[in-house]
Write a protein that binds this ligand. Sequence first.
Ligand SMILES: [Zn+2]
Length: 290
Amino acid sequence: MRSVIVFILGVGAVVSAQSPPVSKPSPPKTMRLYVFDCGTLNISSEGVNRYHVTPTEVGEPRMPVPCFLVAHPKGTLMWDVGVIPDATVEKAGTNGARYDVNTTAAAIVTRTLKSQLAAIGYSPTDITYVAISHAHKDHSANLNQFAASTWLTPRAEREFMWKPGNERVEPSFYTALEKSKTILLDKDEYDVFGDGKAIIKAAPGHTPGHQVLVLQLGSTGRIMIAGDLYHYPPERTMHRAPPDNEFSVPQSAASRAMIDAYLAKTKTTIWIEHDFGANAKLKKSPTFYD
Ligand SMILES: [Zn+2]
């Protein structure tokens, strides 16, 4: 009997060393959040000033580009999908891929999103839902890989994505989503898994359909992954006005006030996605928050 067990373990080890996982990971018993490294943005001084803060006030001008996977007992949700498509990152090799998002923000990406998903047993085609905080280039690069997922998007953002002459987006990043199964989010809140633990909340202004993700994790507690409601923490602590190039400055200001009241009322911690110092301290996949 003992020799049979040794034999089976031996075969299993050989198979897992040579081939990627063939079956989806079984759903976790409680909700988990994985954080991936989807790159870094180098921001010029002029770029920092756009947010009505100075390089001295922010200290660190670089911005991380995180991607997130929520694994829930009833399915999975991918939230924000990077700044450079995986295929470009693969071609660039070990030095990383580079891409100028605009004249003030230069992206560098060294790891693919799909390799980080594969490391925890997932493939993009396994993912139940995909949503982005908003469609700017640094949040949408790998959307095409999630065309088989159900897309959760405000109608206004979907329209913004294919608006002719929109220079803030890159439609080639999401051509395949035009025909995806889509749930249009027309209310202030959408309960992704039906148990109140993952809520997509409207926070428009940065773009017409900008939104944030509120998670109620068993051990970690309540967090809000806040998209680009803010970029640098001093914008919030020093009460600076939203950038002049927002889709709607008054709408952004109203969303910031509404979200601040919500955070206080619900005792929720905000995660500013592009906050370099905060991101450096986050647990990265394969470790996770639960
Ligand atoms: Zn951004």
